[in-house]
Design a protein around this ligand. Structure first.
Ligand SMILES: Cc1cc2nc3c(=O)[nH]c(=O)nc-3n(C[C@H](O)[C@H](O)[C@H](O)COP(=O)(O)O)c2cc1C
Length: 343
């Protein structure tokens, strides 16, 4: 299936693996690339040196194009972006920040840039800043999806910009891909579906959770890491949602939080004091949320940890290989489009 994004990234299928910390590793990214999709290497929890090693590892596993992401809002991620530029990674994906400098540097070596957005305002800004394509993440998504559902957000942004849109949030099979194309997108990005694959390094119990849970078994809240996002509805998520935090408690836990964020304690404590009430509570939540994600993603522990999970978890009945996901998504999408035409 050819669309503007298969052309733009020289891939076979308009299917993208979302960047997921601890999950979108070189091995998973390479598996997606070898199956004809575009894998996004997650660098959110890596430092600059680890980012460089992960890029080298990905290159050793596949000769095909791949992407890597940076979440500009997270401390230290600017340095990761500089590594991706230095390494001339074919496609750089950024989110939660201004990426004009990334676009200029990546274009200078002939690479491509994808910005991840959840609003029309940010989509327009990313297009102005030089992004070649957008990942548009709707409300159904695991993690930081928007306030508006994909069904409404995707066509609204397709109408607002002229660059290709990759729809994310709620897509788990070929019917979803066909629907995204019908909405005017040029492809889909999937997180929850690829998290639950044979090659995914997530703990096996997280894969079992994603098969067992229904479409209604997730919560959308800003009380996990300070930004609105969707997680499995389980004791670990409920505990962190109930947790009360204020700048004083953030300051009291600042040593632990600094350790979690990999920042010098003095810098963090000063930051908490100087940044004002809202930002300091958000920073504390981010650090505590980070630790909870780690437990959810690496230990599959949803009793104590937090697992990002999309509503499409309820559409999943199995744990296939990456190649199966990509080939059946592409085949089902063709069939779904034929079916609608013949009606
Ligand atoms: C287990 C898991 C972990 C994730 N971790 C991150 C992350 O570290 N950073 C990020 O930007 N998005 C993360 N996401 C969100 C995905 O990048 C993507 O936006 C989302 O999964 C798309 O929606 P879907 O789950 O409906 O496919 C995660 C998603 C899942 C399922």
């Amino acid at each position: 299936m050819n669309t503007r994004i298969t052309e733009l990234f020289s891939i076979e299928h308009p299917i993208v693996l979302s960047g997921m910390s601890w999950i979108s590793t070189p091995e998973l990214v390479a598996a997606v690339a070898e199956a004809g999709g575009l894998g996004i290497l997650a660098t959110g929890v890596l430092d600059a040196e680890q980012t460089r090693a992960a890029v080298h590892k990905t290159r050793s596993l596949t000769g095909r194009p791949f992407a890597a992401n940076v979440t500009l809002y997270f401390p230290g991620n600017r340095a990761n972006a500089e590594v991706l530029i230095d390494e001339k990674v074919p496609v750089v994906n950024y989110s939660l920040g201004k990426g004009d400098w990334i676009a200029a540097a990546v274009h200078a070596y002939g690479g491509r840039v994808i910005a991840t957005v959840t609003t029309i305002k940010h989509a327009l800004a990313a297009e102005r800043d030089g992004a070649d394509a957008l990942i548009v993440t709707g409300h159904e998504a695991a993690g930081h999806g928007g306030q508006v559902t994909s069904l409404v957000l995707v066509p609204a942004i397709v109408d607002a910009v002229s660059i290709p849109v990759i729809a994310a949030g709620g897509f788990a099979d070929g019917r979803g891909l066909a629907a995204a194309l019908a909405l005017g997108a040029d492809g889909i990005a999937m997180g929850t579906r690829f998290m639950n694959t044979v090659e995914s390094p997530v703990h096996e119990s997280a894969k079992d959770v994603s098969v067992a849970r229904s479409i209604a078994d997730t919560v959308y809240t800003n009380r996990v890491d300070g930004l609105p996002g969707r997680y499995v509805d389980a004791p670990g998520s409920r505990r962190i949602i109930r947790m009360r935090l204020n700048p004083l408690s953030a300051l009291m836990r600042s040593r632990e939080i600094a350790g979690l964020l990999g920042l010098p304690w003095f810098k963090l404590a000063t930051g908490i004091v100087l940044s004002g009430y809202r930002r300091s509570v958000q920073m504390a939540r981010m650090a505590i949320g980070f630790d909870a994600f780690k437990k959810g993603c690496t230990d599959g522990d949803v009793e104590r940890g937090v697992l990002p999970l999309g509503q499409c978890t309820g559409l999943m009945k199995d744990t296939p290989t990456v190649a199966e996901v990509i080939s059946r998504t592409a085949t089902e999408a063709e069939a779904a489009l034929d079916r609608t035409r013949s009606r």
